[in-house]
Design a binder for this molecule. Sequence first.
Ligand SMILES: NC(=O)c1ccc[n+]([C@@H]2O[C@H](COP(=O)([O-])OP(=O)(O)OC[C@H]3O[C@@H](n4cnc5c(N)ncnc54)[C@H](O)[C@@H]3O)[C@@H](O)[C@H]2O)c1
Ligand SMILES: [Zn+2]
Ligand SMILES: [Zn+2]
Length: 345
Amino acid sequence: MKALVYHGPGKKTLEDRSMPQIAAPADAVVKIVKTTICGTDLHILKGDVPTCAPGRILGHEGIGVVDKVGGAVTAFHVGDRVIVSCISSCGKCDYCRRGMYSHCVNGGWILGNKIDGTQAEYVRIPFADTSLYHIPAGADEDALVMLSDILPTGFECGVLNGKVQPGSTIAIVGAGPIGLAALLTAQFYSPAEIIMVDMDDNRLQWSSRFGATTVINNKDGKAVEKIMEMTGGRGVDTAIEAVGVPASFITCEDIVAPGGIIANIGVHGVKADLHLERLWDRNIAITTRLVDTVTTPMLLKTVRSHRIDPKQLITHHFKFDKIMDAYNTFGAAAKTNALKVLIEA
Ligand SMILES: NC(=O)c1ccc[n+]([C@@H]2O[C@H](COP(=O)([O-])OP(=O)(O)OC[C@H]3O[C@@H](n4cnc5c(N)ncnc54)[C@H](O)[C@@H]3O)[C@@H](O)[C@H]2O)c1
Ligand SMILES: [Zn+2]
Ligand SMILES: [Zn+2]
């Protein structure tokens, strides 16, 4: 089968690999129908994610059809159409029993990281019963690809951890697919103000269409000043960091209001300064989270009922044999205006 393989920082190839096999009774093999590329794949390619070794097939998002099941799999059968979760969970360990699937001692975020991922014709999914989701008949499958990672990530790490509330003022720093997923799902809670910050005018235009009340281009470095001015010097109740670089985290530190929360989503490869000399007396909280995907079933219902439409995030379509072009398009988003690129079998 064809697969997109990581060969160390800056290096990837589309190559022939052997078909994945059932290695444990709880495994399933899924034939990938649609997959996509995540900002995290770009972090891996930058060398930010040391757990991902050269030789790894990348990808942790996608939908497909169950091709083989191990003897212990009871909830899925050959031919079932499924959403692959970016998090594999055994469902039995202490963390899984607490709903922290991302810290599953037998799984967690392993797909396209510690085990081969979804940017291939087939993928082996461990703990299939608790790591796959059935696709309801008649569902829009393009939209459901967004449920593997970005919607639960924006919602769990940004909106839930950031305790977005009716009437609150929130800022989302970073209007990439993850920041936009936070923007879509924040609106479940009717915040009064949603401020989006980015450097890319195209992404800010999308943000306005998706419900942002104010968009700020931070090219001039004045986002903090503008947010403090528009909030009467108070700042925001929730500052969601959706970039993964020190500058964006520091922006969140600078705009969080007393009593507020900084909800970090970004994957950070280097240290960021924590300005406790300014924050110690502000009664704030800082949260971090690797997405658990515990909200996937709930989000699936909201997509099915058209409360949110994540399909809007898909800007480009590629056939699987053009996945290198898909990477070039996604990697040059500022030029290509890409948000999510869909890669189809
Ligand atoms: N915590 C998790 O479980 C989890 C899961 C998935 C992705 N992530 C991470 O979330 C982050 C966002 O993902 P994405 O796919 O949207 O990435 P992306 O790179 O597509 O988007 C980041 C956006 O931030 C903007 N930006 C860059 N510097 C900025 C700054 N200083 N201020 C404001 N905006 C700035 C860029 O223009 C871009 O639009 C990444 O770090 C990704 O690895 C985390
Ligand atoms: Zn991801
Ligand atoms: Zn577990």
